[in-house]
Write a protein that binds this ligand. Structure first.
Ligand code: C5P
Length: 212
């Protein structure tokens, strides 16, 4: 079976760092699926459109190009909001489904997002649901912004994260929730090395000899 490792969870839980390290350790390609929704949101904003408009957002999703994923303006509060808005539109999700499935090809992949284990790869060999409490996630996101030279009030970072999580969890289309067979990993009190060690132990157990 093609080894697919699905990593889902709320914003700023450390999914990306973990997924990237797992992919490197296992020699698998890595896809940050949040980038797809971010790039769709950006395309809509470029045209002055409303990211919550289903027709406009679906057209942007269908027209997505690989180069859109390399844009340097996919992060920040405006991009975060637009991504979550387009992500709640079923036609947008449908337009991005085939690309995500094809990405794993025959070699397998590590993908992180919100619905990888529930919708995109319900048969994934390994499913991790990575969480951390809101204060920890908010602090990490604030540190990231600081490192990028972006000034932000801690309270507004917390408010943005919690609004986005609420929207992702409440939407009807592929809401944020753990798959029934996902292993939960709470990283609140784990540093990146400890989170990686815990995740690798789960992967090894699930994939057996494959992960070396
Ligand atoms: O993971 P990231 O924070 O970059 O995702 C941005 C937004 O894209 C999320 O808040 C969510 O609304 C959406 N998303 C999604 N499904 C995924 C990945 C991201 O709905 N698989």
């Amino acid at each position: 079976m093609v080894p697919v490792i699905a990593i889902d969870g709320p914003a700023a839980a450390g999914k990306g760092t973990l997924a990237r390290r797992l992919a490197a350790a296992l020699g698998l390609p890595y896809l940050d699926t949040g980038k797809l929704y971010r790039a769709v949101g950006r395309r809509v904003l470029d045209t002055g459109g409303d990211p919550a408009d289903p027709a406009v957002a679906a057209a942007a999703a269908r027209g997505l190009l690989p180069a859109d994923l390399d844009r340097t303006d996919l992060r920040g509060p405006e991009a975060d909001r637009a991504a979550a808005q387009v992500a709640s539109i079923p036609e947008v999700r449908a337009a991005l489904l085939a690309f995500q499935r094809a990405f794993a090809g025959t070699a397998g992949a590590v993908l992180d997002g919100r619905d990888i284990g529930t919708v995109i790869f319900p048969d994934a060999a390994v499913k991790l649901f990575v969480t951390a409490d809101l204060a920890a996630r908010s602090h990490r996101r604030w540190l990231e912004l600081q490192a990028r030279g972006v000034a932000a009030e801690p309270a507004s970072v917390t408010a943005d994260l919690s609004a986005r999580d609420a929207m992702d969890a409440a939407r009807a289309a592929a809401p944020l929730r753990p798959a029934a067979d996902a292993v939960r990993l709470d990283t609140t009190s784990l540093d990146p090395d400890a989170a990686f060690a815990a995740a690798l132990a789960v992967v090894r157990e699930r994939l057996g000899g494959l992960s070396g």
